[in-house]
Every structure is written in structure tokens, then in C-alpha cells.
Design a protein around this ligand. Structure first.
Ligand SMILES: NC(=O)c1ccc[n+]([C@@H]2O[C@H](COP(=O)([O-])OP(=O)(O)OC[C@H]3O[C@@H](n4cnc5c(N)ncnc54)[C@H](OP(=O)(O)O)[C@@H]3O)[C@@H](O)[C@H]2O)c1
Length: 253
């Protein structure tokens, strides 16, 4: 199948590693150009170089919590290639912990980067996308089912999914699609950190894998390919969908 990505330009936040980076790799492999962001300058430079250098990938050092980030990303794409076709909004996950242990400061910081940062990016990028534009939010299976010890994710992601669904209504008449991706356990550094926080990371991985119908964690490339398809024109009638990429782990339909 031709994803029709050749020379299309996508913005990807939180894309120096993990799910954002894997999606950038899948897009570039099929001929797209990308602007990738993260907060650490060295990681941003390494990611842009690893994705093919200035002809294929540009890097922007930017924090999703910063109100100036959408404009900086859009400017980088316009300066390099004069067009923008979509955005993948990923960001570092909120800290683990229970509701009874999380502080106001932790909630406020996570709201700024995970929630408001994502809504702002979608709003500002959506305002300039043309017909065929595509916005994808990297969310979590916590949209549908609470995850033990990830209280802030459980609190913020369902609301973000409903914001994405609402935006699909608002932007659909302009031919712009909006979707959410719900990763379960994909083996990125974030997941290694979460497993390590439980003491014995190998035992944590075995316990979690036993709950997944496919009996294993996903690899980032498996997420990246799905996300690249959702962003691409090949998915031209897919909008307002929250799509699990979880090896069958979610029990609700
Ligand atoms: N991996 C999974 O299976 C899984 C499952 C459910 C949900 N998720 C969610 O999916 C998202 C991505 O997960 P991941 O596994 O790819 O995480 P990851 O491996 O920790 O990668 C996060 C990426 O985002 C960047 N980043 C972090 N905070 C940022 C900020 N405020 N502004 C801009 N960039 C930022 C990081 O670089 P810098 O730190 O240098 O900025 C890095 O490039 C997270 O929100 C996570 O909670 C992941």
C-alpha cells in the first residue's frame, strides 16, 4: 500500500526517542519530511541527524509546556519546506504514583505539558492545516481503563481524548482529521523506567506481559507504523478514533 507520504511534512513533538521517534522513522522511511522536537538540545540534534539530516529532518528544541512551541515548530517546517501536513503530539509521561500521593505541583506541571500543551499544539497547528491535514495525539490505554500507580495519566488522558474527539468535530468540515493513539506497553525508555520503579524490572515485565493477549510488549516500530498510517493520506476516512496499539490488552471495546 502506498501511504502517499512522499514530500509531505509532519511535526512530531517529544520525538527524540520513544514513540515519537519511532513514528518519525516510519514517516521518513516512506518519503515524508519531519520536524522533531524535545527539550534537550543534544538529543534533538542527534535525532535530526539520525533521521537523515537537513534534507529529511529538522530539529527544534522546545518544551510542549511552552506557549511558543507551536509557532516555533511551524516556522521550522515552513522555513525548510514551505508546507505542513500534520502533527503527532507526544510528550514525556507524567510521574507515576497514586492519587493519594501526588502533589498539587505534580498535577499542575503535568497538566501544563501533557494536557494544555497538547491542546494548544493541536489548536495552533490545526488553524493552518489544509484539506487532508492530520492531527494525532499519543495518549494511553488509561483513556479507557485506569492503570495502577499512574494516577495523573488516568486523570488527564480521558479528558484529552474527549478534547481530541471534539476537535475532530470542529476541524472535520475543513477536511482535517483528528485521532488518538492508545499505546499499552511498548518497550521504550519510559516503560523501562516505569518497570524499574517497581523494584525488579524483569519481574514487572513478566507480570505485565502475562496480562497481554499477545504475551509480550510491543516494540516502538510497531507503534510507529500504526501512527504513520493514521497520519498519512492512506487513512483519509479515519477521524475521531481512539486506536489502541496494545497487543489486545484493553478489555473494554
Ligand atoms: N511507551 C508506552 O508503552 C506508553 C504507554 C502509554 C502511554 N505512553 C505515553 O506516550 C508518551 C510517549 O511515551 P514514550 O514511551 O515515547 O516516552 P519516552 O521514551 O520517555 O520519550 C519521551 C520523549 O518526549 C520528550 N519530552 C519529554 N517531555 C517533553 C516536553 N515537556 N516537551 C517536549 N518534549 C518532551 C523526551 O525528550 P526530552 O526529555 O529530552 O524532552 C523524549 O523525546 C508519554 O506521554 C507516555 O506516557 C507511552
Amino acid at each position: 500500500m502506498d501511504l502517499q507520504l512522499k514530500d509531505r511534512v509532519y511535526l512530531l513533538t517529544g520525538a527524540t526517542r520513544g514513540l515519537g521517534r519511532a513514528t518519525a522513522e516510519a514517516l521518513v522511511a516512506d518519503g515524508a519530511r519531519v520536524v522533531v522536537s524535545g527539550r534537550d538540545a543534544a538529543s534533538v540534534a542527534a535525532a535530526a541527524a539520525g533521521l537523515g539530516g537537513p534534507d529529511r529532518a529538522r530539529g527544534v528544541v522546545a518544551d510542549n509546556a511552552d506557549p511558543g512551541t507551536p509557532a516555533a515548530l511551524l516556522a521550522a517546517a515552513r522555513d525548510a519546506w514551505g508546507r505542513v501536513d500534520g502533527v503527532l503530539i507526544s510528550v514525556g509521561g507524567p510521574p507515576p504514583g497514586r492519587i493519594t500521593a501526588m502533589t498539587d505541583e505534580q498535577w499542575t506541571a503535568a497538566f501544563g505539558s501533557v494536557f494544555l500543551g497538547a491542546v494548544r499544539l493541536a489548536r495552533e497547528v490545526g488553524a493552518v492545516l489544509g484539506e487532508g491535514g492530520s492531527i494525532a495525539f499519543v495518549l494511553s490505554t488509561s483513556v479507557r481503563e485506569p492503570i495502577v500507580d499512574l494516577a495523573i495519566s488516568n486523570g488527564l488522558r480521558p479528558g484529552l481524548a474527549m478534547a481530541a474527539k471534539t476537535l475532530a468535530d470542529e476541524l472535520g468540515p475543513r477536511g482535517i482529521r483528528v485521532n488518538g493513539l492508545l499505546p499499552g506497553r511498548i518497550g521504550t525508555e519510559r516503560i523501562v523506567e516505569l518497570d524499574s520503579a517497581q523494584g525488579d524490572p524483569e519481574a514487572a515485565r513478566e507480570r505485565a506481559s502475562a496480562q497481554i493477549p499477545l504475551r509480550r510488549y510491543g516494540v516502538p516500530e510497531e507503534f510507529g507504523r500504526v501512527a504513520a498510517f493514521v497520519l498519512s493520506p492512506a487513512a483519509s476516512y479515519l477521524s475521531g478514533v481512539m486506536l489502541p496499539v496494545d497487543g489486545g490488552a484493553l478489555r473494554p471495546l
